[in-house]
Write a protein that binds this ligand. Structure first.
Ligand code: SF4
Length: 283
């Protein structure tokens, strides 16, 4: 199967409230990023787009918004897109922070009969307490691991993306090792990570406002380490990469992405990486 990809931001805006989100304001020019906008006639636009595609592709969704925002529970727009993907005999790569994706396993099973399917859960914090600070309105890390367990149990290829990794907050060896172990225990087939974060634009102001509430003095630490740079790579990158690799090998998990590639801000890099995984794992 010839595989290409389409970045498919099904919603505009996101209510998961991640304190590091660089999509906030920057990409939507929206005063309230947490307000979800559903594109009028979005589904028919996507159908038209699909009809113009001559060969089989894999559709990737999950950049700059989450396809399983809470509104998805009622609107079922993402589910409708999956049905379209199935109708057109395309494949699908989903990137999400929500366990709601489990609801759609039935359609993923149908897609899997003819095309690649991959579901990647972003998990940046091993423990729920930290997750609640960093990603306050998204399902907890535990809920996401539970989703992986169910997705894997039903035979759908799944894995974990540890991205971003926030210097002085989540960039600890313990956090990384625990996420990898929990991913393995849940049935993930791969884990990928970045070793840093993009903190920019309106998101930058929001990030420091929120992090100071829980980690006083962190703005000064970032200023000293990164200056005005938007790209904040963990100062312990080398040690953390080694620990990450060791833990993945111990648990026989696929890993090994060039870390800087993982935080390309338009999402295309990890979309293409996920496609490679799909090619490897589902066909
Ligand atoms: S889930 Fe993604 S788009 Fe939504 S707030 Fe978090 S980082 Fe931003």
């Amino acid at each position: 199967m010839s595989v290409e990809y389409v970045i498919n931001n099904i919603y505009r805006g996101c209510s998961h409230g991640c304190i590091y989100c660089f999509a906030r304001g920057q990409h939507y020019n929206s005063s309230d990023f947490t307000e979800i906008h559903i594109e009028k006639d979005g589904l028919s636009v996507i159908r038209d787009e699909f009809e113009r595609i001559a060969k089989p592709i894999v559709v990737a969704t999950g950049g700059l918004s989450d396809p399983y925002n809470p509104v998805e529970q009622d609107s079922q727009l993402t589910r409708s897109v999956l049905e379209l993907v199935n109708e057109f005999s395309f494949g699908i790569c989903i990137l999400t922070k929500s366990d709601m994706v489990v609801r759609d396993i039935d359609i993923l099973q149908k897609i899997k009969t003819h095309s690649p399917v991959n579901v990647c859960l972003t998990i940046t914090c091993a423990e729920d307490e930290l997750c609640r600070i960093v990603e306050p309105y998204a399902p907890t890390s535990s809920q996401r691991f539970a989703a992986i367990r169910e997705i894997a149990r039903q035979g759908i290829p799944t894995g974990v993306l540890i991205d971003p990794m926030l210097p002085y907050i989540t960039d600890t060896e313990s956090n990384i090792r625990t996420i990898v172990k929990k991913a393995k225990d849940a049935g993930a087939g791969y884990v990928y990570t970045s070793m840093g974060a993009i903190i920019e634009g309106e998101g930058r102001e929001y990030f420091f406002k929120k992090t100071e509430q829980h980690f006083p003095g962190i703005t000064d630490r970032y200023d000293r380490q990164f200056g005005s740079s938007n790209y904040c790579q963990s100062p312990n990158k080398e040690e953390l990469c080694a620990a990450f690799a060791e833990e993945c090998e111990r648990h026989e998990l696929v890993y090994g992405i060039h870390t800087t590639d993982m935080i390309t801000k338009d999402g295309r890099v990890f979309a293409s990486i996920l496609l490679n995984l799909s090619q490897n794992s589902a066909l």
